[in-house]
Design a protein around this ligand. Sequence first.
Ligand code: FES
Length: 140
Amino acid sequence: MSEPAVEGTSGDGEKKEKKNESSYEYGSCCPHVAQYGPYTVEGLESGKTLKWCTCGLSKTQPWCDGSHKPSPFRSYKWKVPDRPQKLYTLCGCKHTKNPPFCDGTHVNLPAVVEERQKKCKSAHEEITKICTGCGWIPSW
Ligand code: FES
C-alpha cells in the first residue's frame, strides 16, 4: 500500500519521485497529535478524492474539517484507488512519513512530542489554536 505519486525529472535528467497533489511538507511546522494510533476506515468510494487532516485539529478525524485555518497547514488530498481495499489504517498521529497511511511512527512518538513541547520556546500563553513549533494546543 502506498500513496499516489507522480514521477518528475530532476535537473540532471535523473528520474525522481515526488509527492502527489498537496504538499505534506510545512517547513518546521509540527502538527498536533490527534491520537497515538491509526484510524481504521472502511467503505471508501473508489476514485473519490478525500482530504486527510494534517494538523491534527479536525473534529472529523481522519478527515479535514477546515480547523487548520488560518495556520500554514493544508489538507492532504488522497484519491481512493480504483480498486479500494476493504479497510485502511490511516495515520492519527499526523507524523507518518507515508501520508495518509499509518507507518508505525506513532509507536515512539509520545516521548518525542513531550520532549519537543518541553523545549519549545514559543509563548504558549499567547496561542489560541496551535503552536506550529511543537504541536501544542490550548486545553480549553
Ligand atoms: Fe501516525 Fe501510526 S498513527 S504513524
